[in-house]
Design a protein around this ligand. Structure first.
Ligand SMILES: Cc1cc2nc3c(=O)[nH]c(=O)nc-3n(C[C@H](O)[C@H](O)[C@H](O)COP(=O)(O)OP(=O)(O)OC[C@H]3O[C@@H](n4cnc5c(N)ncnc54)[C@H](O)[C@@H]3O)c2cc1C
Length: 385
């Protein structure tokens, strides 16, 4: 299996790199500072027809997770938030494509593909994030559907979404199999999007609480067969995990480039800071780590494109997410260090990379959870030997 970029992928890379530099980079600091949803960036991504990139050609996609990683990397190199806009569009698209029936796919996928619709995905609750099985939101069966009650937090994109994929337990059981995903549509009575988090990083894409008070959801809005839809979607998310990891590669690359520009022009003790060996080795380490992360991410993405699934993919994808986002944090931390006091000033862009990198180690499965997946895969589950 090769993960060299072919001509088509190189063209995608060049196109997005050019747009990122000309149109995205000049907006990045302002999006972060104001924490306002960047509608202009959403419109730009729509214009570029990127909302279906990893998905089926029937929707105008390339059917390539590697292509999606390249796009995310180029955007993430200059603006985490703009790269995030693609990810939050791809999450509901991927979930409905994997777990939805023909009617749900027809109702939602064309709109998500064109950018006419926006969705959000919600499992996290105040008492349970990593431990998804601990969610307390309940879906009670009633005539024609379900009544859902509960509270969610950290639902990204929720204040601009047209529908929300909400995880809730059916029946009285507390097993993971009891969790189902429901499509809650705009205007549903008893449903409310709550306060927007004031965040350290990822500030341009809103994350809010959700409140569900006996919300009626019709049977046709349950994703997949009862007890199976959530599992199907979680398995599908293994395939998109390299995309999350690609944000780490882009962020690390961008932070390293800023650090190089800075140390080249900054002088100390009569010479350019970039001439000190200690500094050169720090930059060399950034390059080593970023390239290693890129290779892991491309390899995991190419494995998805080649049809790999199951635990082997789960392990590769977890390794890529964990290493690439830890790399982003390490590189951004060292880059701030090389900026000296300018690294602490909001006049310079580097502290934005540092703050966004921290988010990456926590979202879409914390890096401890990724390490659990990897450890289970290489030494078996704890207590079973
Ligand atoms: C910017 C942002 C956007 C988000 N967007 C969404 C979204 O759109 N939808 C959504 O549903 N959620 C979203 N989340 C929530 C995110 O998925 C959770 O924050 C994450 O899963 C961790 O859950 P938690 O915060 O409850 O931490 P906890 O699960 O309480 O974990 C606390 C700490 O304990 C560690 N820990 C927990 N269990 C283990 C274990 N078994 N072994 C070792 N360490 C462990 C964790 O890694 C962490 O360091 C978002 C979060 C952020 C910050």
């Amino acid at each position: 299996m090769s993960f060299e970029l072919n001509d088509e992928l190189r063209q995608i890379q060049e196109l997005i790199r050019d747009v990122a530099m000309r149109r995205v980079a000049p907006r990045a600091a302002e999006i972060d500072r104001t924490a306002e949803y960047p509608q202009d960036m959403f419109d730009l991504l729509r214009e570029l027809e990127l909302f279906t990139l990893p998905f089926s050609r029937a929707y105008g996609g390339s059917e390539s997770v590697l292509a999606a990683c390249v796009a995310i990397e180029e955007l993430g190199r200059v603006c985490y938030n703009t790269a995030y806009l693609l990810v939050v569009q791809w999450v509901p698209f991927g979930a409905i494509q994997a777990g939805g029936d023909a009617d749900q796919q027809q109702r939602f996928l064309p709109g998500l593909a064109s950018g006419a619709l926006r969705g959000a995905f919600s499992t996290t609750e105040p008492q349970s994030g990593s431990d998804v099985a601990g969610i307390q939101t309940r879906a009670r069966r009633v005539d024609g559907g379900y009544r859902i009650s509960g509270a969610k937090i950290w639902c990204t994109n929720s204040s601009v979404a047209d529908f929300w994929l909400v995880a809730a337990k059916t029946g009285e059981e507390d097993t993971p199999g009891a969790i189902n995903l429901f499509i809650v549509e705009r205007g549903a009575r008893g449903f409310e999007v709550g306060r927007k988090e004031d965040k350290l990083g990822a500030r341009g894409v809103p994350s809010c609480a959700l409140f569900l008070d006996d919300v009626f959801v019709p049977e046709e809005n349950r994703l997949g067969p009862e007890g199976q839809g959530f599992k199907i979607v979680m398995e599908a998310f293994n395939k998109s995990r390299p995309i999350i990891a690609a944000r780490g590669v882009g962020l690390a690359q961008g932070a390293m480039e800023l650090a190089i520009d800075f140390v080249r022009q900054r002088r100390a003790f009569g010479q350019a800071v970039s001439d000190f060996q200690g500094v050169r080795w720090m930059i060399a380490d950034m390059a080593i780590q970023t390239e290693a992360a890129r290779n892991l991410v491309y390899r995991a993405a190419a494995a998805v494109d080649a049809g790999l699934s199951g635990p082997e993919l789960g392990r590769l994808a977890a390794i890529a997410k964990c290493h690439a986002t830890d790399t982003a944090m390490r590189v951004a931390t060292d880059a701030v260090q090389l900026f000296g006091s300018a690294g602490i000033s909001n006049e310079y862009p580097i502290n934005r990379f540092f703050r966004d990198a921290k988010v990456l180690q926590i979202v879409e499965g914390t890096n401890q959870i990724q390490r659990n997946i990897i450890a289970n895969s290489v030494i078996g589950r704890a207590g079973r030997t």
